[in-house]
Design a protein around this ligand. Structure first.
Ligand code: GN1
Ligand code: MG
Length: 367
């Protein structure tokens, strides 16, 4: 839940940006685990317009100005491509509003960094994708995003170093086990064992990057289903959102996180683990959509590791939930006790389901 802000405060915060019209109301929006997000309604000459206003969580993003530099560069680059394509396209990109000083963000009197952007109408983000066609479209959207950024000059800031460095994520788990500040280790011995028994293969993608088989690219790094907007009318992906973690990375991180979040028919914090597992038809949708959009730029080692990447990223995010549970729920927002542990358990159930279907996933590569 977003921190409670009064309407007066929201009005004052959006007042830092160049917006025409009169502020009517602001309400919490979306299900992000990190930032505080509001949808704002304005009256502009008798027409109602919506904007998004968001506080960047500075506990997670230590250098929000660098985050905003990345976001502004990436969205500017994509906007040029959309405009060059053709005027009738339904494709969109996030459009940042400028603050009164011309920068695409503003700092409030408590030192919080805020940004605002145009709300995209007639499209929505799904918590759980339902059909392989939706999976295909989402993967195509994320794949196009990567392909569109392939010619962006210069390196982006690494705003969260080692974000997808799985061995380091496991080392963080080990540190949390040692510290055990909330005395929770005894509750989660099975989960800890689950991670540690799989740690040998966790460095595989980083090794392939080192050996030159897998190149560094500009990647989104948080490609969960609810970070892409699907057009209400056409069902196609129209806009990739939540660009805070866009930075140098491996394309397999993006594919892996799509498979993690989008092949599971249950919520990320589902309590009934019988509902959790990888739907193979959804995997196939992601695979075909991603290869269609980004296949031309992928190397043989990238293609070969598509099935593995889903399992790796699922294990990694599950490990992060477990670490946060042990640390006392200090990173991810929680709305109830043990939510991080429940999230961890769904992820590990999903890893098992992926392991059981690994050969089937690999067989698609030969098809
Ligand atoms: C966070 O902000 P949101 O909810 O899109 C997290 C991701 C995790 C995800 C798990 C910056 O993403 O890495 O995969 O939760 N973002 C950050 O739901 O840590
Ligand atoms: Mg998000």
């Amino acid at each position: 839940m977003a921190a409670p802000y009064s309407q007066q405060e929201i009005r004052r915060l959006i007042g830092m940006f160049e917006v025409y019209g009169d502020f009517l109301v602001g309400t919490p929006f979306g299900n992000g685990n990190v930032n505080d997000t509001f949808q704002l309604t304005f009256d502009q000459g008798g027409v109602r317009l919506h904007y998004i206003l968001q506080r960047i969580n500075s506990n997670v993003f230590k250098e929000p100005v660098k985050v905003m530099e990345n976001v502004a560069r990436v969205t500017g680059h994509i906007l040029k491509k959309i405009r060059a394509a053709h005027a009738e396209t339904r494709k969109r990109t996030i459009r940042l509003l400028n603050a009164h000083d011309g920068r695409p963000f503003a700092i409030d009197d408590r030192g919080n960094c805020w940004r605002a952007y145009v709300f995209i109408e007639h499209a929505r983000a799904y918590e759980v994708l339902e059909t392989p066609e939706q999976a295909f479209c989402a993967a195509q959207g994320f794949g196009e995003f990567q392909a569109q950024l392939a010619d962006l000059k210069g390196r982006l800031h690494e705003t969260i170093p080692d974000f997808h460095n799985t061995p380091k994520r496991i080392a963080q788990l080990e540190a949390a086990i040692k510290a055990d500040p909330c005395n929770r280790v005894k509750e989660v011995e099975r989960e800890i064992e689950f991670v540690l028994s799989r740690q040998d293969e966790c460095g595989r993608l980083l090794e392939l990057n080192k050996s030159g088989d897998i190149p560094e690219r500009i990647t989104h790094n948080d490609t969960k289903a609810n970070n892409i907007l699907i057009d209400d009318l056409t069902g196609e992906a129209v806009c990739v959102i939540d660009l805070d973690t866009v930075m140098p990375g491996l394309s397999l991180y993006d594919f892996g996180d799509m498979v993690r979040s989008g092949t599971n028919p249950a919520e990320e914090d589902e309590l009934d683990l019988n509902k959790v597992g990888m739907r193979f038809d959804m995997y196939q949708g992601f695979y075909e959509g991603f290869v269609k959009a980004a296949g031309d730029i992928l190397t043989p080692a990238e293609l070969e590791n598509l099935p593995f990447s889903g399992k790796l990223i699922t294990l990694e995010i599950g490990t992060r939930f477990l670490t946060d549970y042990l640390a006392g729920d200090v990173y991810f927002k929680t709305r109830r006790p043990k939510q991080n542990l429940d999230r961890c358990r769904t992820q590990f159930k999903l890893v098992e389901s992926m392991e059981a279907q690994m050969n089937r996933m690999k067989a698609l590569l030969q098809a």
